[in-house]
Design a binder for this molecule. Structure first.
Ligand SMILES: [Zn+2]
Length: 236
């Protein structure tokens, strides 16, 4: 497992031999495109520390700047090898940007880098498609919701409409959407805790923040699926 400290690893440019920081797609000295380093993380691609509270507009600017420099037109006269590297770097850059720009995928990615296993992955690995565990404080609401969804589907099969039931489901959806918004706010708080713990190199605090983010994301995923179920049933 790569650690944050490895970001400072130096390597030599294939073309001019200058020492350069591993990760960035170009040599500082001669500007030549470099082969992608297989151990690179998406944070390394942007020369960023493994922090979560990043500035989305700075990330976007960095993405477009690198994309322009890696554009195939720039390499029209370059060697086949450099053209190939520029394509590989572009594909890595696109994946990195797509993952880091979204708050949830960024957090999930960091947790995976840090070796934290989320419920999603545990389910995937066990092959058996087990039902995710219901967050304990939602047991009652989920039980109620599932009954209502069942009834709604039954009504639809019979070609009947029950405005009361529809209203109940719409209220439930509003409730769960509110919980998603809460989860997003809590996630931002945990980002700050993680980022501060990383700066302070406080391992116990990092572990605490990671575990709390993992369980928050498990919960968020669960609630998001409930909203999806309601939307599918209501046909919206
Ligand atoms: Zn160079």
């Amino acid at each position: 497992m790569q650690t944050a400290e490895q970001q400072s690893v130096k390597t030599a440019c294939w073309s001019c031999g200058s020492e350069r920081a591993a990760g960035l797609p170009f040599c500082d000295a001669c500007g030549k495109v470099q082969p992608p380093d297989p151990g690179l993380t998406y944070f390394d691609v942007f020369g960023l520390p493994w922090k979560l509270g990043l500035d989305p507009s700075a990330l976007e600017r960095a993405f477009y700047k690198l994309s322009r420099k890696l554009h195939p037109d720039v390499y029209a006269q370059a060697s086949a090898q450099e053209q190939q590297w520029s394509l590989e770097q572009t594909s890595l850059l696109n994946d990195a940007y797509r993952t880091l720009k979204d708050p949830v995928t960024r957090t999930e990615y960091l947790l995976r880098l840090e070796g934290v296993e989320m419920q999603q992955e545990r389910a995937r690995e066990s092959e058996a498609k087990k039902e995710p565990r219901i967050p304990p404080d939602l047991l009652e609401e989920v039980f109620e919701l599932n009954l209502q969804l069942e009834e709604m589907r039954m009504n639809q099969k019979m070609g009947e409409d029950d405005p009361q039931l529809r209203g109940d489901l719409e209220r439930a959806r509003t409730l769960f959407e509110g919980q998603l918004a809460d989860a997003d706010r809590q996630l931002r708080t945990l980002w700050s805790e993680w980022d501060a713990a990383l700066d302070a190199q406080d391992r116990p605090a990092q572990t605490e923040a990671k575990n709390r983010m993992a369980s928050l994301l498990d919960r968020r995923r669960y609630v998001r699926n409930l909203v999806r179920d309601v939307n599918e049933t209501l046909g919206t």
